[in-house]
Write a protein that binds this ligand. Structure first.
Ligand code: FRU
Length: 526
């Protein structure tokens, strides 16, 4: 080839590449930069999201499916959206996994690894089986399987595997696990205001075993999205209890929908709670932690039980002021059972340690400093943060109220307060919305939890563009609330009312955005 032709040819290639790059840049929307778009909480690329579904770990990947309406930003025809991650934090968005069919929409459910091909779908190998509700004429349970690590799904041609029960209108959200003790699959299914348990040798033939819930715990609305799992108590694997988490559609502690749990024993057939029937354990005291599910098949070497919940509330979920997308998830939380000072066993929650990899700049740090009201007011002066983590341990040398205001505007009409009220012995989150953002009468509010007496208050606060997740007393209590501050409301303030406290430690780190990988994924995603 002549030199002239080589130059011309190279020029054409360069031009074609440039056109391709420009085309890609134009078609890849900046869907991570819109107002209120969470930066380290999972949200869909566009349109509606509610419950997490089918959470499973398989072959080095975490799968998160979710209730999704691909055609709009309100709840509607339900599909399973899908994303994959290696660390539960940075997610790669995948095409829709399951679409509605003649049996109805695809409602919530779970996914398991069928290691021993009990289903016969995998020619003696292994693969993923999803078990979900179909909402059409009545609610029934169906299954689908994937032979390619969740990339594509085949619906079982004998669906449904549990038919409609004409007596039970709300009959949904199957969560399945392999019960080692009795070597069979066990399903928890929400049914009215109860949970029904089924078993199966093969994920196809299901047999009703027992039910739990008549008159137990909170009964303010229908029960949804149960999850049953075993955990060691105080880290002792010879001393375990079973946790049955179940959500209620209405009447929860912060109003509207919310999550409760029961602690008890499960022998493969029946769940018995150790709590008195009128006792209620709330999983979260905020308004926006719903339909939580835990990952299936996390390897024993890891051993964690990790839950993700939908960060919203049916009272106003369809109205929150985002447009391109609507709905996001909590951070993944690792769960443990611990005996507390009053002798009761409780579920503690901690954001997974993988999140610390997102810590960015240290914005502030003090240790062992006594501050009074006036010093407190100046402490965080000049610090600005909108996406950050704050860790604090505050010692109460005298009865005093204190707290931290975040996402504060200069004129202070925007602010979210995370505080301790000494007279009520409670920790609270008080969120406000500026008037132009008034989208629901149910949104503003103060969400509080009474705590066991303590002279030391421990706080971990995760703030994103539209949420605060607060972990109190080393994870004994959690308060999760959406917030919708103006973008430039980035002030912080520490306050102490009439007295002084010792700040044993207080540190603030900004958090990096997980969207940084998005352009990379767009071109090279697996
Ligand atoms: C919980 C829930 C589930 C149902 C799904 C429908 O938020 O109501 O019970 O399967 O949402 O989207």
């Amino acid at each position: 080839m002549k030199r002239k032709h080589v130059v011309l040819f190279s020029g054409l290639i360069a031009l074609a590449s440039l056109v391709l790059v420009i085309f890609n840049l134009i078609t890849s929307r900046n869907y991570y930069a819109e107002e209120y778009r969470p930066q380290f909480h999972f949200s869909p690329e566009e349109n509606w999201l509610n419950d997490p579904n089918g959470m499973v770990y398989y072959d080095g990947e975490y799968h998160l499916f979710y209730q999704h309406n691909p055609g709009g930003n309100e709840w509607g025809p339900m599909y399973w959206g899908h994303a994959i991650s290696k660390d539960m934090i940075n997610w790669d968005h995948k095409p829709i996994a399951l679409e509605p069919d003649d049996l109805g929409m695809i409602f919530s459910g779970s996914t398991v690894v069928d290691w021993n091909d009990t289903s016969g779908f995998f020619d003696g190998g292994e693969g993923l089986v999803a078990i979900y509700t179909q909402n059409g004429e009545g609610q029934k349970q169906s299954i689908a399987y994937s032979k390619d690590k969740g990339r594509s799904w085949e619906k079982y041609d004998g669906n449904p595997v549990i038919p409609v029960d004409p007596e039970i209108k709300d009959f949904r959200d199957p969560k399945v696990f392999w019960h080692e003790g009795t070597e069979k699959w066990v399903m928890s299914l929400a049914a009215g205001k109860k949970v029904m348990f089924y078993d199966s040798p093969n994920l196809i033939d299901w047999n009703f075993m027992s039910e739990f819930g008549e008159g137990a715990g909170a009964q303010g609305g229908v029960w949804e999205c149960p999850d049953l799992f075993e955990l060691p108590v105080d880290g002792d694997s010879d001393d375990t209890k079973w946790v049955l988490q179940v959500d209620i559609g209405d009447g929860a502690i912060a109003g509207g929908s919310g999550a409760q749990y029961f602690i008890g024993d499960f022998d493969g057939t029946t769940f018995k709670s150790i709590d008195e029937p009128d006792h209620i354990n709330w999983l979260d005291y905020g308004a926006d932690f719903y339909a939580g599910q835990s990952f299936s098949d996390i390897p024993d070497e890891d051993g964690r039980r990790i839950m993700i919940a939908w960060m919203s509330n049916w009272l106003y979920a369809n109205r929150v002021p985002t447009e391109e997308w609507r709905g996001s998830m909590s951070v993944p939380r690792s769960l443990e059972l611990k005996t507390t000072d009053d002798g009761s066993i409780k579920l503690f929650q901690h954001p997974v340690e993988e999140l610390t990899a997102l810590r960015d700049k240290e914005l502030f740090r003090v240790e062992n400093q006594i501050v009074d009201s006036i010093e407190a007011a100046d402490l965080l002066d000049g610090i600005e943060a909108d996406v950050f983590e704050l860790n604090a341990e505050i010692q109460l040398d005298q009865p005093v109220d204190f707290g931290i205001k975040v996402r504060m505007s200069e004129e202070k009409q925007d602010e979210t307060v995370i505080g301790f009220s000494e007279s009520k012995n409670e920790l609270f989150v008080e969120r406000s919305q500026s008037e132009e953002l008034y989208f629901s009468p149910y949104f503003n509010g103060r969400h509080a939890v009474s705590i066991n007496d303590s002279k030391v208050i421990n706080l971990k606060i995760l703030v994103d563009k539209n949420s605060v997740e607060v972990f109190l007393q080393n994870g004994e209590y959690a308060i999760t609330d959406l917030i919708f501050p103006r973008d430039d409301s980035r002030g912080l303030e520490f306050y102490v009312e009439d007295g002084e406290v010792t700040i044993n430690s207080l540190e603030i780190h900004s958090i990096k955005s997980t969207w940084k990988y998005e352009l990379f994924n767009h071109f090279y995603g697996s």
